[in-house]
Design a protein around this ligand. Structure first.
Ligand SMILES: [Fe+2]
Length: 349
């Protein structure tokens, strides 16, 4: 069945219009649609049409996608390099009401983001998914996800230690002193803030020297850089933030050892962010239903009750690398100062 043609479907346009409305866009606001040559064309068109429906004043910037001649292919970094510090581009985005970020990787960790936010712009990254997935995960009418994420971020910010355990053998301790915690629910109305769609995550970037223990990826857990469900366990020993041993006899462990080593830098082994998913509309099994080229995996970062462990760049810890693994895990218990927020993969109210 060919149901995923990239056509301007009215239902998908409705979803984009909902997100822009939730971002507070009103007639005569300025909406910048940011794209690059490798952007998914239908996402750019949907963003433009939604801005037009809302009678916003919109413009589109399309930058050439840069390609790194050396090193392994980078995926799922959340750090778009499309802007290349071009000052007039930064100025145009910074002075817009809303930037609809249709870059492939997103501006979350782009070096230009602070300057864009300082100008007062809101930024919403449209994850590089097929629009059918975005529409399924458009903000709900009741705003309950926003309230839920805010509540969990408050708990995370108040905690001194996160502990993660699982039947598979995970036993991880994360000190939260000095961490920067936040969350997102898929839209933002506050000038100078960024979010991404789909949303539904609470997470923290730990300070240097905060993470120690054992992380056991079990069958059915996910490596989103490879867009692959694990079929064989991978046993990670973590000391002083860094993976010091990748145990496991299967292809999943071998692929991780190979790709992480290809970056040739110690920071690629270190923790980027830790957190958990809170979006009840997001599904763990959805990756099985999409072609890789139609899938960026934000739904699997956000599904309810997953523990999301990530390696790679962490500005809070002062580490920079292009290598990045996002590893959503099922069935974990997450406690904050001994109080469970997720119990065996189920979110505690
Ligand atoms: Fe990540």
């Amino acid at each position: 069945m060919t149901m995923l043609q990239e056509h301007l479907e009215p239902a998908w346009l409705d979803a984009f219009e909902t997100v822009l409305l939730r971002c507070g866009i009103a007639p005569d606001d300025t909406v910048a649609v940011l794209a690059e040559s490798q952007s998914r064309p239908v996402l750019v068109q949907l963003a433009q049409a939604a801005a037009a429906r809302l009678k916003a004043r919109s413009f589109t910037l399309v930058l050439p996608t840069p390609f790194e001649p050396n090193g392994p292919p980078a995926r799922s970094t959340g750090a778009s390099v499309a802007i290349q510090n071009i000052a007039p581009v930064v100025a145009a985005l910074a002075s817009s009401t809303l930037v609809v970020d249709c870059t492939v990787e997103g501006l979350m960790h782009a070096p230009e983001l602070p300057a864009i936010l300082r100008g007062g712009a809101r930024v919403v990254y449209v994850s590089n998914e097929h629009p059918e997935a975005l529409a399924r995960l458009a903000p709900s009418d009741d705003g309950s996800l926003e309230l839920r994420v805010k509540d969990h971020v408050k708990r995370l910010r108040a905690a001194r230690e996160m502990r993660v355990t699982s039947a598979a053998g995970t036993d991880l301790r994360i000190a939260l002193q000095g961490a920067v915690a936040g969350g997102n629910w898929g839209y933002t109305t506050r000038p100078g803030t960024m979010t991404h769609w789909p949303g539904g995550l609470a997470l923290a970037f730990p300070a240097a020297g905060s993470v120690n223990g054992r992380l056991v990826l079990a069958e059915g857990d996910v490596n989103l850089t490879f867009k692959r469900y694990l079929e064989r366990p991978v046993d990670l020993a973590i000391e002083d933030d860094h993976i010091v041993r990748i145990g496991g006899s299967g292809l999943d462990a071998e692929l991780m050892r190979s790709h992480i080593a290809a970056w040739g830098e110690r920071a690629a082994y270190a923790v980027s962010h830790v957190g958990w998913g809170l979006n009840p509309q997001a599904r763990w099994d959805s990756m099985a239903l999409y072609d890789k080229r139609d899938f960026n995996g934000t739904e699997l970062r956000a599904f309810e009750g997953n523990f999301l462990y990530s390696t790679g760049a962490n500005e809070v810890a002062g580490r920079h690398t292009r290598g990045h693994f996002d590893l959503p895990m099922r069935g974990c218990t997450i406690t904050l100062d001994g109080v469970p927020v997720v119990e065996e993969g189920r979110v505690r109210a």
